[in-house]
Structures are given as structure tokens and as C-alpha cells.
Design a protein around this ligand. Structure first.
Ligand code: BG6
Ligand code: MG
Length: 219
């Protein structure tokens, strides 16, 4: 394939905010009287805040009315915002900036495609607000991953066809969203958690444009 754009998820790809989401959700679960494991948390990755709450409540076998659910989601978000308000550029995951700079040098467009409504705050904290050619976040989409909306809007803003885009994702739902958008994907994490990704890497260290091109030359 001819790679013209790379679209990056934020949480778990650019920064390890997945751990803060997990901490905030597990605190909420504990308050509600059940425990929530890291393996169960895989189901929440890439999923919107409200849908994450639904999954969490299913795990805890709990039912609440809509008003209470909004309060619970707000409570989790307040805790999460406490964590991310302390973030610094040191929390950008290793190798990310070098890879993004390499893409820029080779005129490959970059987009952020995140389900998070806190994406702009995180980008500000890590000094990356102006790093991507376009940012599509949870405030700009109505359909959550695995719906392809977030990536399709990213490609549209860049004016690049889906077949020329590669998505970088750490979430099962995000890899499926890429597939649903007609895009190839690089999973960040393990093959066991991301079986549908075209290729999987553990991190961006030792990864660069030549490895990317090589991996996708026949795809
Ligand atoms: C995704 C995360 O990026 O954003 C999910 O992987 C999270 O875990 C979702 O639920 C929504 O984030 P926020 O910040 O709007 O609650
Ligand atoms: Mg993610």
C-alpha cells in the first residue's frame, strides 16, 4: 500500500493514560462494592465514557437509573481529570516523538483519532497541541469505536483516502474501527489482546518509517 497518513489513538498509544482510566474505574468499582481487574479493563479501552460505565456495571451486575449513571460517569471523570492534570511531557511514550518527526520529514500526514473528551487537555499537558495535522476527539464524534467515524473524519480532514491510512491503536475496539474504516492497523500491545491488528508492536522504540513501509508493502 501507499502510506499517505498515519492516524494515532491517544490513550495507550501516545501516552499511557490507559492506566489512569483503569485507576479511576477501579476506584469507582470498589466504591460500588466489587473488584475490577486489569484484564476486564481491556474491554473498556477505546470505548466511550458512557459505554465504559455500562460494561463496568454489567461486570458488577448492578443496575442504576439514567440520572445515577450520569453521576457515576461524572465521578469517574473527576477522578480521571485529577490524574491527567498532573501530566507532563515526560509521559509521552518512548519513541513516539521520533516516529512522528520522521513521518513529518517524509510528508506523511498525521492525525489524532481519540474517543476521549479530555484529549485536548492531555495534548496541552504534554505540549503536543499543535503536533498533529488534525485532531478528532470525543467532542467531534457521536459514534464510538468500533464504529469507524473517528478515523473516517480524520482521513477526511487530511483529505486522504482510507486505503492510504494506517491507524495506530492499543484497543481491540479501535483495531476493529480501523478495519471498519477500510484502513490498515498497527496494534500497540500484545498479539493476544489485539488479534485483529495487521501487525502488532510493543512500543515505538526501534520502530520507524522503513519498518512500517516494509510491514505493509504487500498489504
Ligand atoms: C478512550 C479510552 O481513548 O477514551 C477509553 O481508551 C475512554 O478508556 C474513552 O473511556 C473516553 O474518554 P474520556 O476521557 O472522554 O472519558
Ligand atoms: Mg487507546
Amino acid at each position: 500500500m501507499d502510506i499517505k497518513a498515519c492516524i494515532f489513538d491517544l490513550d495507550g498509544v501516545i501516552v499511557d493514560t490507559a492506566k489512569y482510566h483503569y485507576l479511576a474505574w477501579s476506584e469507582l468499582a470498589e466504591n460500588l462494592g466489587f473488584s475490577f481487574t486489569e484484564q476486564q479493563n481491556e474491554q473498556l479501552k477505546g470505548v466511550s465514557r458512557v459505554e465504559s460505565l455500562e460494561i463496568l456495571l454489567k461486570i458488577g451486575k448492578l443496575h442504576f437509573d439514567e440520572k445515577t449513571k450520569i453521576q457515576l460517569a461524572d465521578k469517574k471523570n473527576k477522578r480521571y481529570v485529577e490524574f491527567i492534570s498532573q501530566m507532563t511531557p515526560d509521559e509521552i511514550l518512548p519513541g513516539v516523538i521520533d516516529f512522528l518527526d520522521e513521518l513529518k520529514r517524509h510528508n506523511i500526514k498525521t492525525a489524532l483519532g481519540s474517543a476521549s473528551k479530555n484529549a485536548i487537555m492531555i495534548l496541552e499537558k504534554i505540549d503536543m497541541l499543535n503536533y498533529f495535522d488534525t485532531v478528532i476527539d470525543g467532542t467531534k464524534v457521536s459514534k464510538a469505536k468500533p464504529d469507524p467515524e473517528v478515523f473516517l473524519k480524520g482521513a477526511e480532514a487530511l483529505n486522504i483516502a482510507s486505503e492510504n491510512c494506517i491507524v495506530f491503536e492499543d484497543a481491540y475496539a479501535g483495531i476493529d474501527a480501523a478495519k471498519n474504516a477500510g484502513m490498515k492497523s498497527v496494534g500497540i500491545g500484545s498479539k493476544a489482546n489485539l488479534p485483529n491488528a495487521d501487525i502488532v508492536i510493543g512500543h515505538f522504540l526501534d520502530f520507524g518509517l522503513s519498518k512500517l513501509k516494509d510491514s505493509f508493502k504487500d498489504k
